[in-house]
Ligand binder design. Sequence first.
Ligand SMILES: O=C(O)C1=C[C@@H](OP(=O)(O)O)[C@@H](O)[C@H](O)C1
Ligand SMILES: C=C(OP(=O)(O)O)C(=O)O
Length: 430
Amino acid sequence: MSSAKEVKPAKNIKGTVELPADKSISHRAALFAALHESTSHISNFSAAADPQSTLACLRQLGIEIEAKGQDLSIKGKGRYGFNEPEEPLDCGNSGTTMRLLSGIVGGAGVNCTLTGDESLSARTMKRIIDPLRAMGIDIYGREDNFAPLKISRKDPVKALHFELPIPSAQLKSCVLLAGLYGKNTTSVIETIPSRDHTERLLQLPIELKKDRKIIGSDNSMVIPEQSYRIPNDFSAAAFWLVAGSIHKQGSVRLTDVGINPSRTAALKILQKMGAEISMVKENREAIEPFANLHITGSTLQPVTITEKLVPNLIDEIPILAIAMLFAEGTSTIRGAEELRHKETDRLSALSDMLKKAGASFKEMEDGLEIHGDPKFVPRPASYNSYHDHRIAMSAAILASKGSEPSKVKGGECTDISYPGFWEDLKMLTN
Ligand SMILES: O=C(O)C1=C[C@@H](OP(=O)(O)O)[C@@H](O)[C@H](O)C1
Ligand SMILES: C=C(OP(=O)(O)O)C(=O)O
C-alpha cells in the first residue's frame, strides 16, 4: 500500500551512514556468476528490490542461490545451463534486469517471457529489440516496443558490429551478453562513455581509439568467477553528498563507496560547485574501486552539465538539481532527454517538485535551468514521488531544508534502490 512519508525541517545533518551495496554491480555479479561454470561467493549483495528481482529471475531459470544475509553463493551452470522457466520472468521495476537478462536468455536460446510492473512496462525496449533481432534472436514486445517481451531463438547467434545509438550501459551490456553466444566476435562501439561494470567484471577485450572504445564478446571468452565484495552504492551516496553540502553545519561520513570513474561524475560536479568532499582510504586495486567519503557544508557555486557528461551521472541528476537550487546563481542541465525514459519522466517530475517548492527554474526538452539561492527555503508541500525512488529521495532532501514539515507521497518506493533510506534520514537529522 502507498503511504506518505513526513519530512521535518533539519537543523543539521550529521553522522555516518552505512549505504546499500551498489545496485548496478549487484545485478551484474549475480547474472555473471550464473554464467560462470562453478560457484561464486559474492559478499555485500544489495538487499534493494531491483537486484532482488534479478535473483528471483535467476532462480526461476534454475540457478541455485544460497543467501546468508547479504552474502551469496551462486552455483553457476555456464552459458547454456538455464532451465526453461514455467512462469514469466518478473523483472519488477528494474530496467537493468530486463535489458541485461534479455541479452542472456536471447543468446542462450531460452524460450521465455519477461514482464515488469506498470512503470517498467511503459519503458521503451525498442533499443534492445532491434539489435537482438539483428543477432538472430526472436524477440517480440507489445507494440514492438514494450514488455512483456517474448524471447526464443532457432538460428545461431550472428555477430553484430554495433555503434551505440544512445550512450546506455544497459544497451551496451545487453548486446555484449548476447554476443557471448556467437562464434564470431560482436563489437560494441561507444563514443560517449557510460558505466563500465560489464566490461570490467567480465574482463572483456577493449580497443581504445582516439574518440571511441570498442568492446568485444564471443563464445570463446571464459566467464570469470564473480567472488568479491560489492562496494556501496555511489548513486545512494549522492543523496548525502548533496544533503551534507546544502546544510551549513553538515558533516556526513560514508564508508566503502564505489568510486569507479565511469560512475562518479557527480562527485566532480559537486567539487566544481565548491562542495567540501574528501576521500580517504582509497582502494583503487579492487576490481571495482572504493573509498570512504566525508562531506561538510559549504556555499555552492552554479554549474553547467552538458550531454557528454550525462551518462556518467544520469541517476544523480535529480539530486544534483536540488544542489543547484542552493547555489549562488543559475545552473543548467542539457542533453539529458534520456531522463524522460526512466521509472518516470524525471524531468517532468523534477519540474513538478520545484514548482511545489516555490523555486525559480525553467524546464526544457532536454534539461533544466535552475536559478539558485543559498538562502532559498522551500515551501511546505506534498511532493509526488511518481513511484520513482530517485524522485522520492530528492524530494526528501529538498524538504529537509524547509521551515515546516513536508510530505513525500509513495515514499516507500525508495526500497527499489535504498532500503533504510528513511531511517538514515532520521538518524542524520536527529
Ligand atoms: O547499466 C546499469 O546498471 C544502469 C544504467 C543506466 O541506465 P541506461 O543504460 O538506460 O542509461 C542507469 O540509469 C541505471 O540506473 C543502471
Ligand atoms: C534508472 C534506474 O534503474 P533501472 O533502469 O535499472 O530501472 C535507476 O536506478 O535510477
